[in-house]
Write a protein that binds this ligand. Structure first.
Ligand SMILES: Cc1cc2nc3c(=O)[nH]c(=O)nc-3n(C[C@H](O)[C@H](O)[C@H](O)COP(=O)(O)O)c2cc1C
Length: 198
């Protein structure tokens, strides 16, 4: 394969696929939800989770005002909700009403938790920093909601039970229809590769 190298980055999408989440927020009696594909774990202890949101969004405003947000991990059956919440702004419509979004009770924040999510975090913002055209909100995960049966004892998602909404950028999604989950022991694999390259 002949790769091409360039310093003109252009469309910034080569990191996909990522899972696409729905970030929720609540302010002044109103709930909002937006699709967010730019998200990542930042620390395990304490548990910190980051989301990248550009400043024109209503969610940006709500999160900045309340310092709280929810991150909802959605099964592929709910991919339409991800796409729809990534369309019109909550400034124009009530997405909860228009898209029939249902909520579970939040236990530590005012951020709505979506009933369709197979896992969700309630987060309190610890740091907020602007990078280029996005703001990185780093939230401390103060509550976890999840379907216990979808995870094994080590916290790994069982893909026979839940298939996440994976996203390729633009309006393109990735559906898992067949899969295998190979186990690569890191120590043995490193030794094996080193032996083969000796
Ligand atoms: C799959 C998908 C992923 C998205 N990811 C992000 C993201 O990571 N950050 C962002 O600022 N906007 C992202 N968007 C766009 C917002 O979801 C969209 O602008 C939304 O309407 C903002 O809603 P709000 O104004 O109600 O907050 C994404 C859209 C889609 C469809």
């Amino acid at each position: 394969m002949n790769k091409v190298a360039r310093t003109e980055i252009g469309k910034f999408s080569h990191f996909f696929p990522f899972s696409a989440t729905i970030v929720t927020s609540h302010f002044d009696g109103k709930d909002n939800a937006m699709a967010v594909a730019w998200h990542m774990p930042v620390s395990a202890n304490p548990p910190l989770y980051g989301v990248g949101i550009s400043s024109g969004k209503l969610s940006w405003e709500y999160i900045t005002k309340t310092m709280e947000f929810g991150v909802n991990f959605m099964p592929f059956e709910a991919a339409e909700l991800v796409a729809a919440t990534g369309g019109p702004s909550g400034r124009k419509i009530d997405k909860f009403k228009s898209f029939g979004l249902k909520k579970d009770a939040s236990i530590a924040t005012s951020a709505p938790i979506l009933s369709e999510a197979y896992a969700a975090f309630e987060c309190v913002v610890e740091k907020q920093a602007e990078y280029g055209d996005h703001t990185l909100f780093i939230g401390r995960v103060v509550a976890l909601h999840h379907l216990p049966e979808a995870y094994d004892e080590r916290g790994r998602l069982n893909l026979n039970i839940v298939k996440p909404t994976l996203y390729l950028g633009g309006d393109n999604y990735l559906q898992i229809t067949t899969f295998n989950t190979p186990h690569l022991d890191r120590k043995e694999t490193a030794e094996d590769l080193a032996r083969r390259n000796a």
